[in-house]
Design a protein. Structure first.
Ligand code: AMP
Length: 253
């Protein structure tokens, strides 16, 4: 049977060195190809294309879209004219947003510090960052956003804190990527959380009104798993909920 490989990194190969290089000794890039690769590319590619279709702007090189893939793994991508210009996952899927079980961004010096304090080796640190951090790490309860939202509603403070940290990190990245793109035409939410958690969408854009990014609660509330534009009528920046479809793109590729 013919085998086809569709790489989750390929969409991000259009990034410029200014976005993909880490400020490490350049020799590490030359010798070991240490750079940002980005992941979830198939999903970001699918929803950014759907966003352009919904806006009637497919092929417009000036179209500026930010796509938030929020599932068990989470990443955010800045897309100009259908091409990825920056993304939050890096050399591995660990960097960037808070995820179900992954920390996302941390100060790397924390690792050196706790290695000594807790006598942890490479394998334990890997498990700490990839399995015991993120939503489950902060909440101590679950990596599942639905469970955390239910626990928060029932008065669980740590569940609320985990959701707050998740939304706050996302909000910072959205604002950063508006800077990267020099403005924004559409913000897209996808993935299990992005498609199904109206509260997370609303909390992640809180305070971004100054950048023109707002959600109409009457459009956003109750929207689960379907394609809807939830920005207020007449707002210049659209906010779109778009169910992802990685399988379709893989089949087409
Ligand atoms: P995925 O990896 O894309 O399947 O996304 C899984 C994440 O989506 C988990 O954190 C789920 O709790 C979350 N999720 C799915 N449905 C809902 C929902 N109705 N409300 C909140 N989170 C949800």
């Amino acid at each position: 049977a013919p085998h086809v490989a569709v790489f989750d990194t390929s969409f991000h190969q259009t990034m410029n060195p200014v976005a993909f290089l880490y400020a490490l000794p350049y020799v590490l890039y030359e010798r070991h190809a240490i750079r940002r690769y980005g992941f979830h590319g198939t999903s970001h590619r699918f929803v950014s294309r759907r966003s352009a279709e919904m806006l009637g702007r497919v092929g417009d090189p000036a179209l500026r879209v930010i796509t938030c893939h929020l599932g068990n793994g989470c990443s955010i991508t800045a897309v100009r004219g259908g091409r990825s210009v920056d993304t939050s996952m890096g050399f591995t899927p660990l960097e960037g947003l808070v995820m179900g079980r992954r920390s996302g961004d941390i100060d790397p010096a924390i690792l050196l510090y706790i290695m000594g304090k807790e006598e942890l080796g490479a394998a334990e640190l890997n498990a700490l960052l990839n399995k015991h951090s993120g939503l489950i790490g902060v909440s101590g309860l679950s990596n599942d956003m639905r469970k955390l939202l239910e626990a928060e509603a029932a008065g669980n403070e740590r569940a609320k804190l985990a959701v707050d940290v998740f939304c706050y990190r996302l909000r910072k990245y959205v604002a950063a990527y508006v800077g990267v793109l020099g403005g924004l035409d559409a913000l897209v939410f996808t993935g299990g959380i992005g498609e199904n958690a109206p509260a997370v969408r609303a909390r992640s854009v809180e305070g971004l009104g100054a950048m023109g990014i707002t959600i109409d609660p009457s459009l956003n509330d109750g929207v689960r798993g379907r394609e809807v534009d939830v920005a207020p009528a007449g707002a210049a920046c659209r906010v779109q909920v778009i169910p992802t479809n990685e399988e379709l793109l893989i089949a087409r590729d």
